[in-house]
Ligand binder design. Structure first.
Ligand code: NAD
Length: 338
């Protein structure tokens, strides 16, 4: 970890990848309002998980350009770097659904590892001054009871999704160690909030409950995850962008550890449909029992989550119920956390 920079004013142009997805589309308006004078570009392939609709609420005065682009297409990505010479990169783009990764691991390794490597290569060539890679607590694998993993814990991913993210983390760290590229890795717990593709746990359960259907949970439903509101997480990314140290990894959590079965019960109550029943379905292979991470390090940068889970979950449920067209894109599988 040879880089020692401790405070960073994001140099422009700034590139955000995956801006049309769930987290990217919450983070981008925050970035645009905070750095309104900066030139900001975002790219997204607009896969099934990304939507232009997610980008309709950007601040009007912002200096933002959107480019439809697949990060696995090195030549197209290189042209953007040649045209704009990005100085800061914040990388969210990824295939993110664990169940899909079990059926199409190759797609996950292509997007999450090769796509990230393409960005790293270009970041090195164009002397990017800060490269933020967004990763997940899933790279640590299941946490034994009574333990919390800090950033130095070994990587032990279970699913192809988690393995592809862990591989991308290692590729990112190698660019720090070998080429002194100023990278930072952020490993987050589960995000919740509006605009998440409805195959994920919370919107899927809301959809099923609102139709009076059974709420499908894998195994015994006693799978523990920590949940952070997507706006809190977006604030964490800004704090780390500005105050994080190059070459470092930061865990971020919402400090809301909840079992899937408890989430299902809360959603059933919030939707107000008594007849929805929890239905336990055959477990997903490699389903990790719990993830628990320590967040002391990000707290030293002044970040701690502000949003109360119970209060906000009620608002999130209302948001999805008011936008039924979102919930219509529903998958029929069991509800998964990511
Ligand atoms: P998402 O699936 O909602 O969005 C991903 C976005 O990436 C989509 O807009 C999609 O079109 C885009 N994309 C996919 N493949 C691409 C490609 N080849 N080229 C360009 N764009 C592509 O995911 P999200 O929940 O917003 O997650 C964003 C990032 O945060 C991911 O890296 C994910 O691993 C990480 N993360 C998410 C969570 C969570 O709970 N949602 C938790 C921890 C980490």
């Amino acid at each position: 970890m040879s880089n020692t920079q401790t405070s960073y004013t994001p140099r422009e142009p700034i590139l955000v990848t995956g801006s049309a997805g769930f987290i990217g589309s919450t983070f981008l308006p925050l970035l645009l309002s905070k750095f309104s004078a900066s030139e900001i570009h975002s790219v997204d392939a607009l896969t099934y998980a990304g939507s232009r609709e997610n980008l309709l609420d950007l601040p009007e005065s912002s200096n933002h350009s959107f480019h439809r682009l697949n990060i696995t297409d090195f030549d197209s990505l290189q042209k953007k770097f040649q045209n704009f010479e990005f100085k800061t990169v914040i990388h969210f783009a990824a295939e993110t659904h664990v169940d899909r990764s079990l059926n199409s691991p190759d797609l996950f390794f292509r997007t999450n590892l090769i796509g990230t490597t393409n960005l790293l290569k270009l970041a090195k060539e164009f002397a990017v001054e800060r490269f933020i890679h967004i990763s997940t607590d899933e790279v640590y694998g299941p946490t034994p009871d009574g333990i919390e993993f800090d950033e130095s814990a070994p990587l032990n991913p279970s699913s192809p999704y988690a393995a592809s993210k862990a591989a991308a983390d290692l590729a990112t760290l190698s660019y720090s160690k070998s080429y002194d590229l100023p990278v930072i890795i952020i490993r987050s717990t589960n995000n919740y909030g509006p605009r998440q593709y409805p195959e994920k746990l919370i919107p899927l359960l809301i959809s099923r409950a609102s139709q009076g259907k059974a709420l499908p949970l894998y195994g015994d439903g006693k799978y523990e995850r920590d949940w952070i509101h997507v706006e809190d997480f977006s604030r964490a990314v800004i704090a780390i962008l500005e105050c994080g140290k190059a070459g470092e990894i930061y865990n971020v959590a919402g400090e809301n550890r909840i079992l899937n079965i408890e989430i299902a019960e809360r959603i059933r109550e919030l939707v107000g449909v008594a007849e929805s029943k929890i239905e336990f379905v055959a477990n997903r292979p490699g389903h990790d029992r719990r993830y628990r991470i320590r967040t002391d390090k990000v707290k030293t940068l002044g970040f701690s989550p502000q949003i109360d889970f119970d209060e906000e979950l009620a608002k999130v449920v209302k948001w999805y119920l008011k936008t039924p067209q979102r919930l219509a894109k529903i998958s029929t599988g069991a509800a998964v956390e990511k």
